[in-house]
Design a protein around this ligand. Structure first.
Ligand SMILES: Nc1ncnc2c1ncn2[C@@H]1O[C@H](COP(=O)(O)OP(=O)(O)O)[C@@H](O)[C@H]1O
Ligand SMILES: [Mg+2]
Length: 250
């Protein structure tokens, strides 16, 4: 079966002031896979994601998503295009003054003309998907950390994006909540056919969910390939991640 590339990044170069953070980053992601971007803190992982989301001015190199070169996006198409990208941030904070249901409904209210009862139905469906049906009328302050993450995930996917970006979604979660978040990410891939590009250094998560690993080191992609090959990699900086994460070091 031929695999369809949903993201292609070629020779992306990004500098902040005098410092070149990305020195020519190239990789691609296939449709329907969960890909993890791995790399030391400060290596430029979030910078890569932010460029894909159009949050920075176009940088040298090419980023193509769904076959669309971001540099060629015109203003008219931009909004529709970025609606196809779900984003689940590290501190995916919900608005405290709104209920969970209202928070998740926001994108639908902003970008569609759907009637209220239909919006409520869609929100409840997504809450069910993340095992949080009971939270519809609750306020964010009434949720645990794990529940908050799941609510933020429901919001990230309320527009049914074919592609979901996650930046350290598991940060600060206890192991049980992290495992249940991973279950949900797998469900998005398996039940909704979503493609997921995630930055994380939670090795337990990576081992559970990743189809593919993209390793950023010194401004380039030092490794791109299947999880099992990444684990057995001869690249010291990469194999170190897995050793540390599984407690095999020292
Ligand atoms: N908007 C910005 N302006 C200046 N420097 C930045 C900006 N964003 C990130 N950086 C710097 O770029 C480097 C990479 O950052 P980042 O992509 O956030 O790393 P990571 O997500 O891998 O931890 C860091 O040194 C960071 O300080
Ligand atoms: Mg980051």
């Amino acid at each position: 079966m031929k695999q369809e590339k949903i993201i292609t990044v070629k020779d992306l170069k990004v500098s902040f002031d005098e410092r070149q953070i990305l020195k020519g980053v190239s990789f691609s992601i296939n449709k329907g896979e969960i890909a993890v971007i791995l790399g030391e803190s400060g290596s430029g992982k979030s910078t890569i994601l932010k460029h894909m989301l159009g949050l920075f001015p176009i940088a040298p190199g090419t980023i193509s998503i769904f076959g669309q070169d971001l540099a060629d996006l015109n203003e008219e198409d931009e909004m529709q295009f970025y609606l196809k990208l779900g984003v689940f941030y590290q501190n995916g904070a919900l608005l405290n003054s709104l209920t969970v249901g209202e928070n998740i409904a926001l994108p639908l209210e902003q970008h569609t003309n759907l009637p209220d009862d239909l919006i409520e139905g869609l929100v409840r469906t997504k809450l069910k998907l993340v095992n949080l049906e009971e939270a519809y009328y609750l306020f964010p302050s009434q949720l645990s950390g794990g529940m908050l993450k799941r609510a933020a995930l429901a919001r990230a996917i309320i527009m049914d994006p074919p592609l979901l970006f996650c930046d350290e979604p598991g940060a600060g979660l206890d192991p049980v909540s992290l495992a249940s978040l991973d279950e949900l990410i797998l469900r998005l891939r398996d039940q909704l056919g979503m493609t997921v590009l995630m930055v994380t250094h939670e090795v337990t998560s990576i081992l559970r969910i990743a189809d593919k690993v993209v390793f950023v080191d010194n401004g380039i992609i030092a490794y791109e390939g299947a999880l099992k090959d990444a684990q057995n990699s001869q690249i010291p900086a990469l194999s170190a991640f897995f050793r540390v994460g599984t407690g095999g070091k020292h």
